[in-house]
Ligand binder design. Structure first.
Ligand SMILES: [Zn+2]
Length: 328
């Protein structure tokens, strides 16, 4: 009984304190709050809201700027700039001033003016024209233009300080392991096979041995030989609205060619002169892009050939290890 009385008393005491606290809290709230006039409070709220909005906006603008900056040097934007060049209005250029060379430095073709290039970022534009130059001043003029494609950007333009990585304009498959590169080529060839209801008559400079080892390197199911040759030269099927015409396209030199059953397709001549398939694979390299790609994907085949010839040799020469080490 006593215990219950004490408990009751404690509960009552608790309640009393609680209510006193809450009254105190309420009264303190009441006394503090009304000190700010309603109008000022409204202004304060507006200021806080605007400030929050602005800082949120500036954060998203920063992010956008960063994204824009990384997009600026992207492969996608490079190809867009490259697409603006027409060889009819941007004429007779050496490789140093070719469309990919200037597009890597941020320039696109001003289609409204012959031989004019412009930067969409700093809005600078100028004409690249070598037609009037004499033979002895030709190289000097090229050098002047090469210097200009770097220096003409304004000091606020990011292109003044940075350009696209040189790997941007390279056959992508060359940076893949051999079997993956072969898969990409086979896939491109199969797409040509499955979309065309006729076989293309292909003209190419590859030897029979090269064609054979290329075909051997293709994974199953093997595409047709002609489509494989087209594919290693970078050609791929491009769908069109019309069901009666067929297009092959080469992404890296933005060449589009219509194909017909009766027409011979020259895998080299249909490319633009600066296509990386036809240019040296690396600076100073003797191999063209296609030759380097061929060497890459048939490497396993070559290794196998060497191993086989080693066995043959070691069998034929018995313990003559010198021949074997020469072959390695
Ligand atoms: Zn610029």
């Amino acid at each position: 009984m006593n215990k219950r009385k004490i408990e009751d008393a404690l509960t009552r005491l608790d309640k009393a304190f609680q209510s006193e606290d809450s009254v105190k809290a309420e009264s303190s709230k009441r006394t503090k709050k009304p000190k700010i006039p309603a109008e000022l409070e409204e202004r304060l709220r507006w200021f806080t809201m605007t400030h929050n909005l602005q800082s949120r906006r500036s954060k998203s603008t920063d992010l956008l700027k960063k994204k824009e900056q990384s997009d600026l040097f992207s492969f996608h934007n490079f190809i867009l700039r490259l697409q603006s060049f027409s060889l009819r209005t941007y004429t007779s250029k050496p490789i140093e001033l070719s469309p990919p060379a200037v597009a890597l430095r941020g320039w696109q073709h001003d289609e409204a003016h012959r031989n004019r290039i412009l930067c969409s970022r700093c809005k600078v534009g100028f004409i690249v024209d070598l037609s009037g130059s004499q033979a002895n001043s030709y190289q000097k003029l090229i050098d002047t233009y090469v210097e200009a494609i770097e220096s003409k950007h304004t000091s606020h333009c990011p292109w003044k300080y940075q350009q696209c990585a040189s790997s941007t304009y390279r056959i992508h498959e060359l940076s893949l392991p051999p079997n993956l590169a072969a898969n990409v080529i086979a896939e491109r060839a199969r797409k040509i096979d499955s979309n065309l209801n006729f076989s293309i008559r292909v003209k190419h400079p590859l030897s029979n041995e090269q064609v054979q080892s290329l075909f051997n390197a293709m994974p199953e199911p093997k595409p047709s030989e002609d489509a494989t040759i087209l594919a290693i030269y970078g050609w791929e099927y491009k769908s069109t609205i019309s069901s009666s015409s067929y297009l092959l396209t080469s992404e890296l030199d933005v060449a589009n060619v219509s194909v017909k059953p009766e027409k011979v397709f020259d895998v080299v001549r249909e490319h633009r002169f600066y296509a990386p398939q036809l240019m040296p694979a690396n600076e100073g390299s003797k191999n063209t892009g296609v030759e380097a790609l061929l060497a890459l994907i048939t490497r396993r085949g070559r290794k196998k050939e060497i191993q086989e010839s080693m066995i043959v040799n070691s069998v034929s020469v018995g313990s003559n290890t010198a021949t074997v080490s020469l072959l390695i």
